[in-house]
Each structure stands twice: as structure tokens, then as C-alpha cells.
Design a binder for this molecule. Structure first.
Ligand SMILES: Nc1ncnc2c1ncn2[C@@H]1O[C@H](COP(=O)(O)OP(=O)(O)O)[C@@H](O)[C@H]1O
Ligand SMILES: [Mg+2]
Length: 263
């Protein structure tokens, strides 16, 4: 049984169809990367998996439980087993790094303050952020904020980690650091994860399988080696990062002049 099972999932907002019968299965301990252009429905997919959005049709199951059929308490329990790393970290600005990571532990567990402190220390160490516990988010760089966001997401020892564009806005070196941390977390914690990104280098570093979300559908969902040579022209254009091809730009790219094109 897959840990995350997305079956024929469809979601529209008004007349805008965002997801059209998406199917995805993520096995225990597996790292799935979902690629896709801006506005292709990647965040909507994650929010639906979390039960924050309701599918129009189709369903999402986590460990065999259909999300839409759970009551409030069951949903809250499932959510505790999912660590969500939001786009742009979303830390509490008024709290220190320590308080941010401790937040869920204080709220959802009966741990003593000493146990909370030990767990916060452990989580910050795992993302290479030991000794930053007294800082406020405003004092951190973009990459450090993401790492604190990761520490917060793993605090409750989730079975599942969801990363929404963990490297967007970071420089190439920090992007690589974040990719390696995601890989470490997978190896050390054995979590099942979905990572959404348009960064191909980190995608190929962390993925057991890669999918591409395009026009509401999942094109391919296969090992990086197989994905790389998938003949689908949309996939090949995305991999090349080329403006010309079936992967529609909105608005379309201006036609290059003959002189430029041959240069
Ligand atoms: N709550 C919402 N209400 C209306 N439209 C939405 C909502 N959430 C997302 N959308 C639309 O769905 C599309 C996909 O959004 P999103 O999943 O955020 O894209 P991305 O792939 O960049 O994460 C966008 O066109 C967005 O405007
Ligand atoms: Mg998004």
C-alpha cells in the first residue's frame, strides 16, 4: 500500500481547471519530486494532499485513509504525521528560532521543557543550524530561514515531509545545500516525501521518481534516469529550459529575429 495515494484527483477554481485526474503514488521511504511551471497547480496539489483543499472529484489517501472522509480529529492526527515545509519558510517573525521549532512540540506533546529543548537542539543540528536558537527570523538569511522551517517540520517526527519550492529564491550554492539537507533527512529519518521544485539539479539529486505537472495532468512519474530520456516534447523542453516548444508560456515568447536565431 502506498503511503500517499492520489487517485484521479481533479480540482477547479470557477472555470479554471487546475488539476485534471492526477494520479500519484508514493511508497514508504520514497522521495517523489513534482516539477511544473508557475501556476501549474503544484501548491494546490500539496494543499489537497494535506486536506486543506477539498477535491472536486477523485481522492487522496494517506496510509490507506481517505482524507475527505476523516472527521476533524482524525484529520488533525494525520496532519501531525505530515511535516509541511511551505514556500518561503513561513516562520513566526515574533518568535525566536527556538520558539519556532518548539511550537508544535509544546502544543501537541506532553514533553517537559527539558525534553522540548533537547528535541529542538536535535532538529536544529540535523539541518546544520545549531546555535542559532536565540535569533529571530529577521536576523536569518533566506537559506537559514528555510532550514529552520525544515527543523520545525521534522520536530514531531513526521512520517511524511512535503516541501513546496524549498529552493526558490536561493543562490545556486544555497540551493545545493538545501538539496543535500533534504537528502540527509530522507536517509536519516526514512521519511516519505514529495518535493515541489523547478530546480532541476536538486530534483535529480533528491528524487527516487520525478513527475511533471502540465495542464492539470501528471506527465510521467518515473526514475530520474528514465525521466531524463522521456521522449515527451514537453518534458524535453522543460529539461532544456527552452522558450520554444509545446510547454506553453503565458504570454508566448516573442519570435526571435532570423539574425538572432542564427547567431
Ligand atoms: N484558493 C484559490 N482560489 C482560486 N484560484 C486558486 C486558488 N489557489 C490556487 N488558485 C489558482 O490555481 C492555479 C495553480 O496555483 P498553484 O497551485 O499555486 O500554482 P503553482 O504551481 O505555482 O504552485 C493558479 O492559476 C492559481 O491562481
Ligand atoms: Mg506554488
Amino acid at each position: 500500500m502506498p503511503v500517499i495515494d492520489v487517485v484521479d484527483l481533479s480540482k477547479a477554481f470557477g472555470t479554471k481547471v487546475v488539476l485534471a485526474k492526477v494520479n500519484l503514488q508514493v511508497e514508504e521511504g520514497e522521495s517523489l519530486v513534482v516539477l511544473g511551471g508557475s501556476g501549474s497547480g503544484k501548491t494546490v496539489l500539496l494543499r489537497t494532499i494535506m486536506g486543506l483543499l477539498t477535491p472536486d472529484s477523485g481522492q487522496v489517501s494517506i496510509e490507506g485513509k481517505i482524507i475527505a472522509e476523516l472527521n476533524r480529529e482524525e484529520l488533525s492526527n494525520i496532519r501531525k504525521s505530515i511535516g509541511m515545509c511551505f514556500q518561503m519558510a513561513a516562520l513566526f517573525d515574533s518568535m525566536t528560532v527556538f520558539e519556532n521549532v518548539a511550537f508544535a512540540l509544546r502544543r501537541h506533546t506532553k514533553m517537559t521543557e527539558a525534553e522540548v529543548a533537547a528535541r529542538v537542539d536535535e532538529c536544529l543540528s540535523m539541518v546544520g543550524m545549531k546555535d542559532t536558537d536565540k535569533l529571530k527570523p529577521a536576523e536569518l538569511s533566506g537559506g537559514m530561514k528555510r532550514r529552520v522551517g525544515f527543523a520545525r517540520a521534522i520536530a514531531l517526527k513526521p512520517k511524511i515531509l512535503l516541501f513546496d519550492e524549498p529552493t526558490t529564491g536561493l543562490d545556486p550554492v544555497m540551493t545545493d545545500v538545501i538539496g543535500r539537507i533534504i537528502l540527509d533527512l530522507k536517509q536519516e529519518l526514512g521519511v516519505t516525501s514529495i518535493t515541489i521544485t523547478h530546480d532541476l539539479k536538486s530534483a535529480f539529486m533528491i528524487a527516487d521518481r520525478i513527475a511533471l505537472l502540465f495542464q492539470g495532468e501528471c506527465l510521467a512519474c518515473e526514475t530520474p534516469e528514465v525521466f531524463k530520456v522521456n521522449p515527451n516534447p514537453v518534458i524535453q523542453q522543460f529539461l532544456r529550459g527552452d522558450a520554444e516548444g509545446p510547454f506553453l508560456q503565458d504570454p508566448p515568447a516573442p519570435k526571435r529575429k532570423a539574425k538572432e536565431a542564427s547567431a
